[in-house]
Structures are given as structure tokens and as C-alpha cells.
Design a protein around this ligand. Sequence first.
Ligand code: 5GP
Length: 174
Amino acid sequence: MAVEVYLSEEKIKTRIKELGAQITKEYAGEEIHIVCVLNGAFMFMADLVREIKLPVILDFISASSYGDETVSSGELKIKMDLASDVAGKHVLLVEDIVDTGLTMKVLRKNIEERGAKSVKLASFLFKPARLEHETHIDYLGFEIEDHFVIGYGLDFAGRYRELPYIGIYSPDQD
Ligand code: 5GP
């Protein structure tokens, strides 16, 4: 199976080093409470935290938004909740991709309502062509065109997450 490489391993590595340096500088003197949004962000989070030279607490959440065509108000469905209390913490949400923006909109609100001291967002990818809900991304890996991408944590029907690069999914791959 050949997948067209869209963002190479080298390119990803270089960008994550830059993001880690920027985060280290901007949070200097603080501890960061990192919230990895499962499943897609696991690989990005693992690489990013190794480039952040500050104390971090790692926690994980699995959530999706009830954001189908009929409901765009954005209810959050939490499949697996955080293990820790984020009240008073500097929370950095780590997400794989912002597409319509709904998931991040409702998740950010949810974390703010738990009393976090600050909430910022690091997203590996952003697809501006599909954005419907204004989303501020504080730390962005790459802006991409309107392709369905796989690899580096992102799946198609549960597969391809292990690829070390971002590829463009095409149906004749399967
Ligand atoms: P949003 O709420 O921003 O529309 O949805 C974000 C979620 O949709 C992501 O966390 C991801 O799970 C999924 N998603 C959006 N675009 C893509 C894509 O190109 N590839 C993959 N694998 N998942 C995507």
C-alpha cells in the first residue's frame, strides 16, 4: 500500500521543535497541564512534550461533539474523562486537527468551566477551508488544504495511525 506523503517525518520533526521552543518560552516559570485529546493527538503529544523544557502534568480525554448536520450547538460527549482536576491550572489542549472547529469550541468551554487558570490550544493541523466555528489556535503545526489526511496519529476507520508522516487518504489504498 502506497500513501502519498503530504508532510514528511523531517518536516514534522523540525516544526515540533519550533513549537516546543515557543511553548517553553511563553510558559517560562510555570507548570503546564497538558490535555491530550485522544485518540488522534497521541503521537503529536508524545513528540511535543519532549521538546517542552518545563514541568508538565499529562492527562488524557476522549471526547466528541454532537455536531451533526442538524445540531451545531455543540454538546460535548465525553467517552473518557480526565483523571485530574484542572482547576487553577494552566491547561494546554493538544489536538490532532481542527476541521469544523466544533470539537475544540465545546471542549475549551468545558475545560474553562472546570476553573482552569488559562486554556490554550496546540493543534497539529488546521484545515481552514472547512472551518465553521471560530477557533483560536495558539500553537499550530501546519495549515493544510482540504484533504482527508491520515498518519501521525490520524486514522481512517481506525487504521494508519502508526504512520510517522501525514499522508493523503485515497480510497483505492484499501
Ligand atoms: P472538528 O470538530 O474540528 O470538525 O473535528 C475534528 C476531528 O475530526 C478531529 O479531531 C479528527 O478526529 C477528525 N478529522 C477532521 N479532519 C480529519 C482528517 O483529514 N483526517 C482524519 N483522520 N480525521 C479528521
